[in-house]
Design a protein around this ligand. Sequence first.
Ligand SMILES: [Zn+2]
Ligand SMILES: [Zn+2]
Length: 287
Amino acid sequence: MRILRVLAPNPGIRELEGTNTWIVGDGPSIAIDPGPDDAGHLREVAREAGHLAAILLTHDHPDHAPGAAALAAATGAPVYAARPPEGAKRLTDGQRIVVGDVVLSAIATPGHTPDHIAYFDERHRSLFTGDAVLGRGTSVIDPPEGDLTSYLRSLRRMRELSPSVIYPGHGPVVLDAPGKLEEYVQHRAAREEQVLAALASGVRTPEEIVPAIYGDHPADLHPLAARSVLAHLLKLENEGRAERRTTAGAVRWTLLEPRTCVRCGRPVKGRGLLCGPCSLAVLQESG
Ligand SMILES: [Zn+2]
Ligand SMILES: [Zn+2]
């Protein structure tokens, strides 16, 4: 089955060489992520696609989605997305798009954005990952739209699909999909350890944590790295392992000592004395 990349002319820190627009299938074909609304790029996508029968979006970021309307107008192909732009069709998790002999399943993979969808060709075990997995470097998790807890869940879900090849939204094709997904999971676990160690050493804000753990990265990447550190802090807060305090408008983060429920000994989230089930039980007993 034909899988062809047309590279959009939008290189950048987040976009690497530019957005990969993937064309899948040789009879009627599917285009995944038309990219920015760039006339030259879209002309090339339409020419390479031949009979374009569907346009799929992984998510609605400006480097992936805005070209969809012009490409749809030029080709008549319908647009599908989880958070559809005007005139597009809404995709839900597990839905299949069948075009000629191409069958792609929509895999909800929130984390980079809440609406992120990956597309899986089960027969060839090809996974189109948008910004959830890149060919090089790591995916940007920028809160509040980016959510690390759901992102880690999505990584595990993609791993469970057992893909063989990853076609990312940016960067080169990944020929060892399981290895890349494992690398991504390990990378986030290692970063979390570093964030915990930085908090333990008395560092209190993302901007202070970044030089401590991204010292080897060029300084122009540090603002992006601070967003990633914030994503880790929010995950730790959500798990009751870190907390933030705002004094005079400045947010400072500290570690929370792990606590156990005074009633049953199970771990407790945050500062409470009782775990969730015990609080409920005590409420019912007293009610
Ligand atoms: Zn994106
Ligand atoms: Zn992107």
